[in-house]
Design a protein around this ligand. Structure first.
Ligand code: SAH
Ligand code: SF4
Ligand code: F3S
Length: 484
């Protein structure tokens, strides 16, 4: 309404109250949040944290990006390709924002931490840039953008503290497995790696907080947890919580209702005899370890600053297999690290063949901003990197298939995780050794542990058939069961 002199616009007290109420109602009205998660499991965990942090502001997760009022992109900077993926996705969001100007776009995670203000300069449609330390401050950032329609950047690297983690509350939905971050950051400074720069120094969470979180999710149906950190073996070593990683595992093993424990990633240099021994002692610890070796050449391992030799790695593998003969081993390899000669590469091929990994994640070396290896001489050409990458894939593909074929005829205990993406009403889950098994079972529910006979093996998964009524016994070492 128009009143008073000079055409000044004022509202009656009644209208003011009405407007205020409307604003509050629209603030409280459920809004839709869509999170796109790129990168490692730690980002998956952080994205769950984002959902929890924004729930009190009435943001409800939606799988439909077109419905979203707020889109958050949780990014990864580990290789050039991962970073490119972020920018090409942001291009897609720019077009979306043209159609829907009220949409709020936030970029978080490792690329956000690395690029900071550059990201808002490069991407005018991005409203929020929040780094890896800013999780807890996300609600305040969203509020700032909503209320003031400003653009905000928070790449402050104030250390993450316990209060930065939001405990899950209420039912966990239909899920049998969950990730729990037990430590953040990394102190190892491998010469090729960006993680210490974007995630900061190694910091361990307090054991009590971790145990409470696991107890809560287990009470809500989770049966398997994967403890996460860039180097979980170093858990507690510098924080003085009075609890090292084997001790934490033991406490997790005592949680009633929890059936399986996994962890990732283990650094070979910190894999202690005590931790290896845990594979023989702890019944819930799944027989699988991801132990990235990166290269089979001592010369390259030194240049990578990995802190172990090929021989030392092989001895640890031997010890693990002695303690838990059925243990599955997976690893990471970088092909074409600067200065990698043919002999270095052949050492890697030999190591792969002699260990016989259950699976390998192979990466072409990628220069990262500000890391020492980006300044190393003797870069391997793209073509040669490609050749070496293909050869490693080939060598490993045969080993993986062989390992999978050796399981045909055995009975495996599968934790039902949900419906298989393949459709056909198949359920999907993992063996204790972490292999994917798809099978049809009309009665099993998410969270059930089902004995399944493996009937067919493929490169990336196994096909199973549930057994029932047969006498079963467990192989204590591997958790593998045999039908009598
Ligand atoms: N903390 C884990 C690994 C985290 S990153 C560890 O120490 O093993 C996951 C994998 O990405 C690494 O194991 C490595 O194989 C690969 N990687 C890291 N930086 C890379 C780079 N610059 N180029 C190619 N691969 C890289
Ligand atoms: Fe990167 Fe090395 Fe730390 Fe792993 S241990 S996160 S590879 S610096
Ligand atoms: Fe990528 Fe960051 Fe994880 S760089 S691998 S998302 S810690």
């Amino acid at each position: 309404m128009v009143s008073g002199q000079d055409n000044e616009i004022t509202n009656t007290p009644c209208e003011v109250a009405e407007e205020k109420m409307k604003a509050e109602v629209s603030y409280m009205k459920a809004k839709h949040l869509h999170i796109v998660t790129m990168g490692c499991q730690m980002n998956v965990y952080d994205s769950e944290q984002m959902e929890r942090l924004l729930a009190p502001m009435n943001y409800r997760p939606t799988a439909d990006m077109d419905k979203a009022d707020l889109i958050l992109v949780n990014t990864c900077a580990i290789r050039k390709k991962a970073e490119h993926k972020v920018y090409s996705f942001l291009g897609r969001l720019a077009r979306m924002k043209q159609r829907k100007p009220e949409l709020i776009i936030g970029v978080g995670g490792c690329v956000a931490q690395q690029e900071g203000y550059r990201l808002v300069e490069l991407s005018p449609h991005v409203d929020i840039v929040f780094g890896t330390f800013a999780l807890k401050r996300l609600p305040a950032l969203v509020r700032q953008v909503t209320e003031k329609r400003t653009r905000v950047v928070d790449v402050d690297n104030t250390a993450t503290d316990e209060a930065s983690y939001v405990k899950p509350s209420g039912p966990q939905g239909e899920r049998a497995t969950a990730f729990v971050t037990i430590m953040t950051g990394c102190d190892n400074f491998c010469t090729y790696c960006v993680v210490p720069y974007v995630r900061g120094r190694q910091t361990s969470r307090k054991p009590d907080a971790i145990l409470q979180e696991i107890q809560h999710i287990v009470q809500n149906g989770v049966r398997e947890v994967t403890l996460l950190g860039q180097n979980v073996n170093a858990y507690g070593l510098k924080n003085g919580h009075g609890c090292d990683f084997p001790k934490l595992l033991e406490a997790v093993n005592n949680i009633e209702g929890l059936r399986r424990i996994r962890f990732t990633t283990s650094h070979p240099k910190d894999l202690s005899d005590k931790l290896i021994g845990a594979f023989g002692r702890l019944d819930k610890l799944a027989p699988h370890i991801h132990l990235p070796v990166q290269s089979g050449s001592d010369r390259i391992l030194r240049r990578m600053n990995r802190g172990y030799t090929r021989d030392c790695y092989l001895k640890k593998v031997e010890k693990l297999r002695k303690v838990r003969p059925s243990i599955a081993l997976t690893s990471d390899i970088i092909a074409g690290f600067p200065g990698e000669e043919t002999t270095d590469f052949e050492d890697t091929v030999k190591l792969i063949s002699s260990v016989g990994f259950d699976n390998l994640f192979i990466f072409k070396y990628s220069d990262r901003k500000n890391v020492p290896a980006s300044r190393f001489a003797n870069k391997v050409s793209g073509a040669l990197k490609g050749e070496r990458f293909a050869r490693l894939l080939n060598v490993q593909a045969k080993i993986t298939l062989q390992k999978n074929l050796s399981l045909v005829g055995t009975v495996q205990e599968i934790l039902v995780e949900g419906l298989s993406k393949k459709g056909d009403d198949q359920l999907t889950g993992h063996t204790p050794c972490n292999k994917i098994v798809n099978f049809v079972d009309r009665t099993a529910l998410v969270g059930d542990l089902v004995p399944v006979k493996i009937v067919e093996a493929f490169s990336h998964s196994l096909l199973g058939c549930p057994i029932s009524g047969l006498e079963r016994h467990y192989d204590k070492n591997g958790g593998i069961m045999h039908a009598a």
